[in-house]
Design a protein. Sequence first.
Lengths: 138, 138
Amino acid sequence: MSRWRRLPEEARDLLDFGKMGGLVPVVTQEVHTGEVLMVAFLDPEAWELSLATGYAHYYSRTRRRIWKKGETSGHVQRIVEVRIDCDNDAVLFLVEQEGGTACHTGRRSCFYRTLTPQGLTEEEARLPWRGVSPKDRP
Amino acid sequence: MSRWRRLPEEARDLLDFGKMGGLVPVVTQEVHTGEVLMVAFLDPEAWELSLATGYAHYYSRTRRRIWKKGETSGHVQRIVEVRIDCDNDAVLFLVEQEGGTACHTGRRSCFYRTLTPQGLTEEEARLPWRGVSPKDRP
């Protein structure tokens, strides 16, 4: 059962979808590790579905349709917290990532590459604070 | 001196600006605390300026111009790491936030509000892993 299922209408209607042709960017961050997993977009329906179900739904600009993250892979994202920015035009989902894998390439995060002075590499991110997911604890 | 000043051209030219009318979304995360500070957009010039100077530059959709973050407030963002997502259409800046304040409202992060079942509140984010910035250490 989603915590936000009975959210008052004025809170649902906060987001400024007009600024970008009906879409709002959303950042998804793993709540246990702090890792930024991906950036995607919400349209009003994906926003409603995310709040109603408690699982991240996005709007795919390429496929031009709503998708539930993990609908085929099983790697769903359970939303623990929903934050909204100062201008009401961006959203932050803090999630538990099922399977530990957000990226379609099989990596934990879509941001698995870093720009070094020589070019792109797959170094781990410098996250001095990086937490450990409860599932990965010894 | 920016680490990325002499980055090979093929690495600079990676980003897919065509997908969204010349813009790419960028997430900015505090490298010491792991907090997501803001979401903004890059155009090719803001991208080049960020790499050339090592300080975050963004494209303002409202003002239709490039801005250096902190140009008036002094709250600049020194880029520690630049990460690119699997589709080359989103960027993650890991930064040191000067002054500890990214939001124009004076808060640390633009995502200072959370959606509870009753509506928006200013609760601190649930970040079990949240690190402490060296400047805030006792």
